[in-house]
Design a protein around this ligand. Structure first.
Ligand code: NDP
Length: 294
């Protein structure tokens, strides 16, 4: 059996078109243009790249972006002062503080200063707290975990009552995706570096989410026949035959796994493109809320 491919590129394009249509409608009917502010501290090339990608995708759908850049030696007060300014700006509906920040900055404190209603990354401790509680709704859900669930939904994968195994327990991916699956009535197991028997645990999964950052760690033999495999990992491996000298692989040994799984995401082109689509969606939601439309 060869698994059906879950195409994140195509799905994210569809979502982006839906967002663009709604942004146009919001402007035509209410004169509101959703706005996303990005805060970049320092010169980290990967962070600069991510912020540029987010701004580019905002422009594609008609979301206004407000780029703010602070020097690597910016103080805690300067960063938090900027966040306060953006909290007060009615044209800004979402604030994205690009992580990681330089070591001398207390990230937790900065994230906690973002207005709950503008926390489009979903990392504010109150939003994460609500996500972890039964019967509570966060204002926003973190984008990569939301992207995983959106892919399952758009491919008609039933979540309720299923056995879901999440590999990884980070604040950004593993933990929140596990909470989302729990809210959707999956029975969840969260694995990490101290889990005793990963292959056996993975083999129980109807839905397997891999977010460990270890190239091709999950082997085909770890997968239950017919399982749905969502590979969040993005890992560089050396490849002299590639133009850049490396290629990107996921946390799952794709070629082996696709022969056993029922559905599988590729890397690249799986979860990756969904993350920014969910960020755009959160910004649109925030603008609609600010206008009292939802
Ligand atoms: P972290 O490094 O923060 O977390 C990795 C998790 O995996 C930890 O919980 C760790 O366990 C666990 N882990 C690491 N090694 C092993 C192992 N050998 N066996 C079992 N568990 C292990 O990573 P992130 O969550 O931030 O990212 C995970 C991957 O997802 C990365 O490849 C990253 O690039 C990618 N990513 C992709 C995004 C996208 O848009 N598609 C967005 C964000 C991340 P422990 O807690 O015990 O240390």
């Amino acid at each position: 059996m060869t698994a059906q491919l879950i195409d994140g590129d195509a799905t994210s394009k569809t979502i982006q078109q839906e967002i663009q249509d709604q942004v146009e409608q919001l402007r035509a009917d209410h004169g509101i243009v959703p706005g996303l502010a990005t805060v970049l501290v320092g010169e980290d090339p990967a962070s600069q790249f991510y912020v540029r990608s987010k701004q580019k995708r905002c422009a594609e759908v008609g979301i206004r972006s407000f780029g703010h850049k602070l020097d690597a030696d910016a103080t805690q007060e300067e960063v938090e002062g900027l966040v306060a300014e953006l909290n007060a700006n009615p044209e800004v509906h979402g604030i994205l503080v690009q992580l990681p920040m330089p070591r001398h900055i207390d990230e937790e404190s900065v994230l906690a200063k973002i207005s709950l209603g503008k926390d489009v990354d979903g990392f504010h401790p109150v939003n994460i707290g609500r996500l972890a509680m039964k019967g509570r709704e966060p204002m926003f859900v973190p984008c990569t975990p939301a992207g995983c669930i959106e892919l399952l939904d758009r491919y008609g994968v039933e979540i309720g009552g299923k056995e879901a195994v999440v590999l990884g327990r980070s604040n950004i991916v593993g933990l929140p995706v596990a909470m989302l699956l729990l809210h959707r009535n999956a029975t969840i197991t969260i694995c990490h570096s101290r889990t005793a028997d990963l292959p056996a645990t993975c083999r129980r999964a109807d839905i397997l989410i891999a977010a460990v950052g270890r190239p091709e760690m999950v082997k085909g033999s770890w997968i239950k026949p017919g399982a749905v495999v969502i590979d969040v990992g993005i890992n560089r491996v050396d490849d002299p035959s590639a133009k850049r000298g490396y290629r990107l692989v996921g946390d799952v040994a794709f070629e082996e796994a696709r022969e056993i799984a029922g559905y599988i995401t590729p890397v690249p082109g799986g979860v990756g493109p969904m993350t920014i689509a969910m960020l755009l969606n959160n910004t649109l939601t925030s603008a609609k809320r600010a206008a009292g439309l939802i």
